[in-house]
Design a protein around this ligand. Structure first.
Ligand code: FAD
Length: 375
């Protein structure tokens, strides 16, 4: 079968690998130029935490070893109190169990390399989808290019999916988006004298009640920090003096490790935090079937570190649905809808975990090992 995937991000590339293994011919359309010829994006999370959910998907294709070789395991979280006191909370009694800090750009390049080397996979960069007609299978791209007669189109084009935008126009398709009143901004803690400035075996959290900062280690011995702050706080720090004073008060142990703080804070963009829900995730006509995976189907806030992990699990689940239906895509995408029960739960857990990370992990009760119940 000829399959069109829109979006050669993490999920689109991995899905191409699964489908090629089943013998399908896959054309991936990606709006960006080939990222293997560029530096990493600014303003996105530069690294991400990959857990067993995502690693399981990689393992099924024999890709886990190479990806984990490039990762930094984080066996627990280190809490940074406002007075500089540190507390380590292991994720598991078994210290070999860890989540893994992985460079997003490197992972995307690796998956692109693997996908584009497979027989039957073609990646077309610089192709931004601008129009889709599910009645004919016609795809339109920026600059006027068209592709006719697509029988199976999978939107893996992220939270602001153009494929989903078309489905949203159809009767019977429900969609919602819920923004938090918070934004995120990435900063950096560079290596200090060639070494990590903080423990690289942990995810670092500075819980500050209504807001927080986290930091994950990178292979180059730096840390990528992410602020999750109310929009008004992000906007209020509009001079180098205000930035330094605020960090000096609230993140005193980190500020001395961030020599580029004021410049980074002013230069780096503010990202939005949104939960998106769409139902159904697929539409079938006489000419074509169109489905959604990854963030295009279920974008969630990042506090559970599960967005990409869930997108990878989508690939496993869709592969299983294709097994069950003998590679009948309309039937497989119908079966795949049962996954919504799980993705709805993860979306809720991700929202709950924001309160936990920014507030409860720093409470005396939690630090004493007695976890308070959520209200
Ligand atoms: P994307 O990564 O958004 O990829 C979509 C692709 O489609 C892109 O390549 C894009 O260029 C392309 N595209 C978009 N529109 C078009 C178009 N019209 N035509 C053609 N191509 C198009 N997840 C985790 O598992 N662990 C974490 O620790 C984690 N941390 C995060 C931290 C932050 C701050 C944020 C914002 C997210 C985090 N996530 C994390 C979530 C994770 O980034 C997403 O779930 C994941 O990137 C989704 O992958 P995707 O391939 O579905 O979408």
């Amino acid at each position: 079968m000829e399959v069109t995937i829109v979006g050669a991000g993490l999920v689109g590339c991995l899905l191409a690998c699964f489908l090629a293994r089943r013998g399908h011919h896959v054309t991936l359309y990606e709006r960006r130029p080939d990222p293997r010829e560029q530096g990493p994006d600014r303003g996105r999370s530069i690294n991400l935490a990959m857990s067993e959910r995502g690693i399981d998907a990689l393992r099924r294709l024999g890709l886990d070893g190479k990806v984990l070789d490039a990762a930094l395991p984080m066996a627990g979280r280190v809490m940074h109190a406002q007075d500089g006191a540190l507390t380590f909370q292991p994720y598991s009694a078994d210290r070999t169990q860890a989540i893994n800090s992985i460079g997003r750009a490197a992972l995307n390049r690796e998956l692109l390399d693997v996908a584009s080397a497979l027989p039957g996979v073609e990646v077309r960069f610089g192709h931004r989808l601008t129009g889709l007609d599910e009645r004919t299978g016609r795809l339109e791209f920026e600059h006027g290019e068209v592709a006719d007669g697509a029988r199976v189109v999978i939107g893996a084009d992220g939270a602001f999916s153009a494929v989903r935008a078309r489905l949203q126009q159809l009767p019977g398709v429900s969609f919602s988006q819920d923004y938090l009143d918070y934004g995120y901004k990435e900063l950096s803690i560079p290596a200090k004298d060639g070494e990590f400035a903080l423990d690289p075996g942990a995810l670092h959290i500075w819980p500050r009640g209504r807001s927080m900062m986290i930091a994950l280690p990178n292979r180059d011995r730096s840390f990528t920090c992410t602020l999750f702050w109310p929009h008004e706080t992000l906007a209020a720090l509009d001079t180098p003096q205000r930035i330094s004073a605020y960090f000096g008060e609230h993140y005193s142990d980190a500020v001395e490790l961030m020599p580029g703080l004021a410049a980074d804070f002013r230069a780096n963009p503010v990202g939005h935090l949104v939960t998106m829900r769409c139902s159904p995730w697929h539409v079938t006509t006489e000419a074509a079937t169109v489905g959604l995976v990854g963030d295009a189907a279920h974008a969630i806030v990042p506090f559970y570190g599960q967005g990409a992990n869930c997108g990878f699990e989508d690939c496993v689940e869709l592969d299983r649905c294709l097994d069950e239906t003998g590679d009948d895509f309309p039937a497989a995408l119908e079966l795949f809808e049962r996954r919504r029960a799980d993705t709805d739960v993860i979306a809720r857990l991700a929202l709950d975990n924001f309160v936990e990370m920014r507030d409860r992990v720093g409470s005396r009760v939690f630090l004493a090992g007695k976890r308070v119940e959520h209200t």
